[in-house]
Design a protein around this ligand. Structure first.
Ligand code: SIN
Ligand code: FE
Length: 293
């Protein structure tokens, strides 16, 4: 099963951990585990409590996203005061998450693309969506419209629930086991199909064999109800105030309940990883026995 490791640290820059402890924590994450940091401060939440209300979320967007480059917000309703407050909350979290990743994985700075942060105000329970978008089913993240050719999806999460409600995840089996299990059900890659998807605007660039396989693994996992019920898995509650880090393109995960979360996405290149052989693309290339990017 994928490892869950908790570290009690009160410093986003991990100053109380030795270099060896940091490298070990990074190894947990690169192995597809979840690193949970229990005591990191996020000041100012008390005054922004009024912002934790789904009424500010535009129902036409999946979540409220924050673009660090220009501090712009998408999917947020309300006036300038609401936007200013959300910028403070998400912007503060963004800065802290960047500090954490810089301390945990100093090597990533050499090849990491930044991405948006998000504020998620909706309650998880009772959401209705198609099976494919249903994140209460175990899955690995793969973007349908944005092929990434093996580039990683690293995410930092923070439960900011003010009412002591945990965010409850299920975490499944290691990526290599997922890939092994579903390999025979992934249809062959066809370049003309990928080209057609691109031409039709379904994808923003040409889907590589890697993206094709990852998309199918995502769908095969979610569509298989027997797998959902019976595969190796554990339930992991993340208490309010906890922060956790994982590679969501690798860690089999599902969200079962909770409300109010902050999230930061980053895209490290495989080449800057401590152990590039652990990356999904490396695992898949070994299984498929050919280059997939
Ligand atoms: C997901 O990435 O599948 C959802 C995570 C969450 O909402 O806690
Ligand atoms: Fe996900």
């Amino acid at each position: 099963m994928s490892a869950i490791q908790t570290l009690a640290t009160a410093h986003w820059d991990l100053q109380d951990l030795s270099a060896a402890q940091r490298a070990q924590a990074l190894a947990v994450v690169e192995d597809g585990g979840v690193l949970c940091l229990s005591d990191l401060p996020l000041p100012g939440l008390e005054e922004l409590r009024w912002l934790l209300d789904p009424k500010w979320a535009d129902p036409r967007h999946k979540n409220i996203s924050y673009e660090p480059a220009d501090r712009s917000l998408r999917g947020l309703l309300g006036d300038a005061a609401v936007h200013e407050a959300a910028q403070r909350l998400v912007g503060g979290f963004h800065a802290s998450a960047m500090e954490l990743v810089a301390a945990l994985a100093p090597g990533y700075a050499a090849g990491m693309r930044g991405a948006a942060a998000s504020l998620r105000l909706q309650q998880v329970e009772g959401r209705t969506t198609s099976w494919r978008k249903d994140d209460s089913r175990l899955h690995i993240d793969a973007f349908p419209s944005r092929p990434n050719r093996g580039e990683r999806i690293l995410r930092v999460f923070r439960n900011i629930n003010p009412n002591a409600k945990p965010r409850v995840w299920r975490v499944g089996e290691p990526f290599a086991d997922v890939a092994q299990r579903f390999r025979s059900r992934v249809p062959p890659y066809r370049r003309w199909q990928a080209a057609a998807l691109h031409r039709l605007g379904v994808t923003k660039s040409l889907r590589s064999p890697y993206d094709h396989i990852m998309m199918h693994l995502h769908d095969l996992m979610k569509a298989d109800l027997d797998y959902q019920r019976n595969c190796p898995q554990q339930t992991v509650p993340f208490a309010p105030g906890s922060t956790w880090v994982c590679f969501s393109d690798q860690t089999s995960h599902a969200v079962m309940s909770g409300q109010f979360m902050l999230e930061q996405t980053l895209h490290p290149a495989v080449a800057v990883m401590q152990a590039p052989a652990k990356a999904p693309i490396s695992v898949l290339e070994a299984l498929w026995q050919r280059p997939l990017a």
